[in-house]
Design a protein around this ligand. Structure first.
Ligand code: DC
Length: 210
């Protein structure tokens, strides 16, 4: 079974995808990490992330880069959002995501376009959302926990700018698939959000069996 978990940044989709992976015993791919690696590699190369050729060249990043903690920073998130605009970059990363999704037994993938582009046939699709305030607060606490110095207002402004870019790009914009189930985590604790996500996937699986 393919489980697609899409949504904006800091909506809780990563936490939910990891929990679904553990619960259903399915391998998990955080596709945002691939775009983050491209953005960071482009930065390391001294390239301009807004330039399609420079961003495409960065798609041949070494696999070891995926373990670099710098990939999790807000700055790299911004670079990822910028390189992800280019159709050539999306195409270069497509096969890797598609073959992960279609491996025997299924998989959980989280990102922006899993339910619409990477695996539109996925029987279980969640679109995880939360208010900008709730997302900024979560990211703030997460970054404080990592010992990073950040201002809540800066995080909120950054999230809003990334949402805007992700939603309005021409190629594979951040949009819910018609058959995705919306899960708003603004007022949900971690365990409750996970429990609801599991219930959504259980019912999608039951419907797919009928
Ligand atoms: O989920 P994330 O914050 O790690 O994603 C970082 C950026 O990568 C996001 O702003 C847009 C891009 N992205 C994408 O375009 N498509 C995906 N499937 C995943 C991420």
């Amino acid at each position: 079974m393919i489980v697609a978990v899409d949504g904006p940044t800091a909506s809780g989709k990563g936490t939910i995808a990891r929990a679904l992976s553990a619960h259903f015993g399915l391998p998990h791919l955080d596709t945002g990490l691939l775009y983050r690696a491209v953005g960071y590699q482009c930065f390391l190369d001294g390239g301009n992330p807004d330039d399609s050729a420079a961003a495409l060249a960065a798609c041949s990043f070494p696999d070891a880069l995926l373990g670099d903690p710098e990939l999790r920073s807000e700055a790299t998130g911004g670079l990822a959002s910028r390189v992800s605009i280019h159709p050539a970059v999306r195409q270069a990363l497509f096969e890797r995501q598609r073959s992960f999704a279609t491996q025997p037994g299924g998989a959980v993938l989280d990102g922006r376009d899993i339910g619409t582009v990477i695996a539109p046939e996925a029987p279980a699709k969640l679109f995880v959302i939360a208010s900008v305030e709730a997302r900024a607060q979560r990211r703030f606490l997460e970054m404080q926990g990592q010992g990073r110095k950040v201002a809540l207002a800066d995080i909120a402004a950054d999230l809003a700018a990334r949402d805007e870019r992700d939603r309005n790009r021409k190629d594979a914009p951040l949009v819910a698939a018609d058959d995705a189930v919306m899960l708003d985590t603004s007022d949900l604790g971690r365990d409750e959000a996970i429990a609801r996500a599991i219930a959504i996937v259980e019912s999608a699986r039951a419907a797919a069996r009928d």
